[in-house]
Design a protein around this ligand. Structure first.
Ligand code: 1AG
Length: 134
C-alpha cells in the first residue's frame, strides 16, 4: 500500500525558498511577495492518479499526473518555463523529476505523522517546506 496523500494541507514553514526562487530567476518584487505566502495544498490521490492544487492569495498552481507517465508542465504563474515531468514512487515518497532548461529540477513529497513535507530542488538549491493536515 503506497502512502495516502489525500487531504488538505496548510503551510507551516519553509527553509531556503529564497534560494530556490533565485535559482529559478524569480524577480525581487515577486520573491518579496511569494515568501510571505502561506499556501494551502489540496491533494487528490486515486490509485496512480494525482492532482495537487496549491493555492494562495497571490498565485495558485495546479498539477495532475499519473505515476510513471511523463507529462508537459507549464509552471504557469511560477517561472513559466516548460518542462517534461515524471513522478515516481521511492518507497513512500513521491519524487518528481522536471527536465528542462534548469538542471536538477524537481521535488519530493512525503508524509510524517500529520505533516506533509515538500522538498523543492533547482540547480544547487534545495527548499524544504512543511504543511500540516487541516
Ligand atoms: C509546487 O510544486 C509549486 C507551487 O509546490 C509553488 C512552489 C514553489 C514556487 C515556485 C517557484 C516560485 C515562482 C514564483 C513565486 C510566485 C508565487 C509563489 C506561489 C506559491 C503558491 C502557488 C510542487 C507541487 C506539488 O507541484 O506539490
Amino acid at each position: 500500500m503506497p502512502a495516502d496523500f489525500n487531504g488538505t494541507w496548510n503551510f507551516m514553514n519553509s527553509d531556503n525558498f529564497e534560494g530556490y526562487m533565485l535559482a529559478l530567476g524569480i524577480d525581487f518584487a515577486t520573491r518579496k511577495i511569494a515568501k510571505m505566502l502561506k499556501p494551502q495544498k489540496v491533494i487528490k490521490q486515486e490509485g496512480d492518479s494525482f492532482s495537487i492544487h496549491t493555492t494562495s492569495t497571490f498565485r495558485s498552481y495546479f498539477v495532475q499526473f499519473k505515476i510513471g507517465e511523463e507529462f508537459e508542465e507549464d509552471n504557469k504563474g511560477l517561472d513559466h518555463r516548460k518542462c517534461k515531468s515524471v513522478v515516481t514512487w521511492d518507497n513512500d515518497k513521491l519524487v518528481c523529476v522536471q527536465t528542462g532548461d534548469k538542471k536538477n529540477r524537481g521535488w519530493t513529497h512525503w508524509i510524517e505523522g500529520d505533516e506533509l513535507y515538500l522538498e523543492l530542488r533547482c540547480e544547487d538549491q534545495v527548499c524544504k517546506q512543511v504543511y500540516k493536515r487541516a
